[in-house]
Design a protein around this ligand. Sequence first.
Ligand SMILES: [Zn+2]
Length: 308
Amino acid sequence: MVTRLYTHPIYLEHLTPTGHPERPDRLRAIQRVLDAEEFAALERVEAPEGDPATITAVHPRLFVERLCQAVPESGLVGVDADTVLSQKSMLAAVTAVGAANAAVDDVFARRADNVFVASRPPGHHAEKATAMGFCLFNNAAIAARHAQTAHAAERVAIVDWDVHHGNGTQDIFWDDPSVLYCSTHQMPLFPGTGAKGETGAGNIVNAPLAPRSGSDLFRDAFLSRVLPALDAFAPDLIIISAGFDAHHLDPLAEINLTEDDFDWATGQLMDRAERHAAGRLVSLLEGGYDLQGLAFSVAAHVGRLMKG
Ligand SMILES: [Zn+2]
């Protein structure tokens, strides 16, 4: 197995206020854990800057321009109550898009079996024309569209196990049956969307979980909802919106998963990618706010990607 890891120092320069959960230390914790000997075989690649045309394939040009214009010379500017811009935020966001697209290119060109992208800001709350929930551009949605336009992928599946519902991804593909969006998430919780009855054009599969659901109900949701949907859809590529805030140590939610659950879920998706998509699997970091829980979870996830 060849597993690539994309990251970039610019991701540390997207700044948020003191005490904000989505902070540069998240990536430092991931870097530290992936420096261990067991990850020596990871192919580490510096993320390229993203092509703006891939962003405007998903987000309206006016939205992108307004976000660029809002970037401050210094200090922080709020986009909403918990989403902020610092001087380098746009460069970080465009480079997060660049890494996601490069990961897609890699699995289609067979340079890698699978790829993990350790980037920030995250993306799954960003709707077509709204930046929110710590997210500026929807990296997973842009990467899915890129796979369709650059690699003639007909069907792309996005599986989102972040503990929050990916309202942005759902919004973008609501009436687009060429993209399957499957999400497990805590409900009720921010952003409030993600009920089972929200099905789009039959291409949205929401599996909401009550607080304190734990490993068994999470795995049940995967086995009974997510995996059958993937089998029926037979994607050409699977993209994981890999948030790790469902971990029991995370301060933002209480689904109470362990790193073993992320190992298991990764294995299940690799199996489906093998079955339907010639193994093509791209994983993009979303949330995960307890540094230890995040590091343990990423180690389990990337370890599984490397082992097969
Ligand atoms: Zn989250």
